[in-house]
Design a protein around this ligand. Structure first.
Ligand code: ZN
Length: 399
């Protein structure tokens, strides 16, 4: 089908913008926004907020919690084509990391690296740039668009999940700008399904004692959790697509003290609600099970579930499958071969999909090595993905 004259002008506008997009991305990357770095996250939000205001968005709410602010921006218009765009301002890279800047290089170098380039400051730049192109073509006038860029995606979106749900409630389409990936035959991916995720923090409390003088007086919290760990891992079932990982384990004070306190944090994943409920049930039961016992089998260490955050699995629907097929066609019209994928990592798109809103994720820059200090993007994908978003919005508003 190709592009008509107006569409050609719209996406053509983006062709010369790669240098500007990279400069904007470099500035966002240079500003550390590790989730606990509240000031840093807010500084990234300040830039985005100012840019959205220039484009006629009202930044309707700024929510301050223990983490940085979540931006909720809206533009009023045609209520029959309500569009929601999702992204996050935070990254997993601490300010102390030596991996702290955007490295692009001369034209012709295919990849750029930097903390958050793919996950997902590249996606934020893609959104801003597509919106600028649409605004320049007067294509945002009369269009209803909501944007939620939250501050705590990487820790499970505890402060922002309800805001996302509220905006998704009556959206006709939700697009999320986590990174796409490279696939075979020069194709790149977007995401239609994701596993759900949960994180639990367990804190065990026993009784301290001198390890040499009165060991029997003590009750080891470290020993209690150490017993639990292999059993927690054993709850994962590859055949069902579930995983469990105890990623953090700490306890005790000195080698000659029976440890009174210990904690662990675990991450679990599941492909759908049935496996989720079953796995959570098993996790709760095992957390409550006692291993360190005294006389008469009495439990001597108590374990408490201190924190629990989770996101549902993102399942495709008939409506999201239709949108996915359109995106593949629309990508082809731009010369961008696209392929939908189902991915293990979870994202906030799941909150929208869970409410029945047709949802597509993975529309940000194309990259990889997420959450490592080799995180990279394909530089050209900044322009390509903003062309794709501009065309997608243009055509969505006319459906
Ligand atoms: Zn992300």
């Amino acid at each position: 089908m190709g592009l008509d004259r107006k569409e050609r002008a719209l996406v053509g506008h983006l062709e010369g913008r790669q240098g500007l997009m990279e400069a904007e991305l470099a500035a966002l990357v240079a500003q550390n926004s590790f989730t606990p770095n509240r000031e840093g996250v807010n500084a990234v939000g300040d830039h985005i907020q100012a840019e959205l205001q220039k484009l006629g968005f009202r930044v309707a709410e700024l929510v301050t919690g223990g983490v940085g602010r979540t931006l909720v921006a809206r533009r009023a218009g045609d209520p029959t084509h309500r569009l929601l765009l999702l992204g996050h301002l935070d990254t997993v890279h601490p300010p102390t990391s030596s991996f702290n800047s955007f490295v692009g290089g001369p034209a012709g170098v295919e990849l750029a690296t930097g903390p958050g380039v793919a996950d997902m400051k590249g996606g934020l730049v893609v959104v801003l740039e597509a919106l600028r192109a649409l605004a320049a073509a007067s294509e945002l006038d009369g269009r209803q668009v909501s944007i939620v860029f939250n501050a705590d995606e990487e820790t499970g979106s505890a402060s922002s999940a309800d805001l996302i749900r509220a905006e998704a409630q009556d959206a006709e389409l939700c697009l999320c700008f986590e990174a796409g990936r490279m696939a075979a035959d020069g194709k790149t991916t977007f995401v239609t399904e994701r596993k759900g995720f949960g994180r639990m923090k367990l804190v065990a409390t026993g009784r301290a004692a001198h390890a040499g003088v009165d060991p029997a007086e003590g009750a080891s919290a470290v020993l209690e959790l150490a017993h639990k760990i292999p059993e927690l891992h054993a709850l994962a079932d590859p055949a069902l697509g579930t995983t469990v990982n105890v990623g953090l384990f700490r306890g005790g004070t000195t080698a000659n003290t029976v440890p009174e306190e210990a904690m662990l944090e675990l991450d679990y994943r599941f492909p759908d609600e049935d496996t989720q409920l079953e796995l959570e049930d098993a996790l709760f039961r095992l957390s409550a099970k006692n291993f360190v016992k005294g006389e008469g089998g009495k439990a001597r260490v108590t374990t408490v579930l201190k924190e629990h955050v989770k996101r549902p699995a993102m399942k495709s629907s008939e409506a999201s499958e239709r949108m996915s097929a359109r995106l593949v066609k629309w990508g082809a019209d731009l010369g961008l071969p696209l392929v939908p994928e189902s991915r293990g990592g979870s994202s906030d798109a799941a909150f929208a999909a869970d409410l029945g809103c047709p949802t597509i994720c993975g529309l940000g820059a194309v990259g990889g090595a997420f959450h490592t200090d080799q995180e990279w993007i394909q530089r050209r994908s900044l322009v390509d993905r903003s062309r794709l978003l501009a065309l997608t919005m243009y055509r969505f508003f006319r459906l």
